[in-house]
Design a protein around this ligand. Sequence first.
Ligand code: 4FV
Length: 235
Amino acid sequence: MRFDVLTLFPETFSLVMKESIIGRAQEKGLIEVNAVNIRDYTRDKHRKVDDYPFGGGNGMVMMCQPMFDAYRAVTEGLQTKPKVIYMSPQGRVLTQKVAVELSKEEHLILLCGHYEGIDERIIEELVDEEISIGDYVLTGGELPAMVLIDCVSRLVPGVLSNEGSFSEESHFNGLLEYPQYTRPAEYEGKQVPEILLSGHHANIQKWRSARSLERTRIKRPDLYENHIKSSEGKI
Ligand code: 4FV
């Protein structure tokens, strides 16, 4: 899977995206993350990429020309048009379900805004979908783009050592994951639940499902509601 990221801060990606699972996935050629510097495409002699908002108001807005030309450079010669996503607080909120959907794509282009945002004509002409990582305002789209690349990449076959681990984790089946423990079985007097040391897999599975339901009911009553409704076939 290929991710092209149009950003004013490409170095932030090279730093973060080369570590751990995502870094190894790139080495294995399972994913490709190209951070493209929008400023390299400005035709302004002072390398400007933003300007004052028409109609007045605070802050600056990212201009059309550098973003359009960066996009054209990235898509030049491509047979199929990749899906273009603008990271924005106005977008569809990123969930595990959305991540699974996006992991089916071959190639994504992620636009990272900065300042007050980007010229609306970029959204009208180039953007297929806006995605938000949450209802709060950040200084730039870089962190949201990294969040999206991370949660989508781990769903690409071969990126996670054992795919099986999907099916047990939070949000996979709409529930939160059960509590996890590892050695030592006793730490400063704190014991690991006996059942987990029993080796009785059926009982362990039952205990884990019960813990998963219980903590979803307590921590995320909204998810619990959905789960109950979906198990009653209501949704
Ligand atoms: C954001 C979010 C976000 C808005 C103005 C960047 C900032 C600045 N992106 N989910 N929440 N973006 O706050 O995706 O351009």
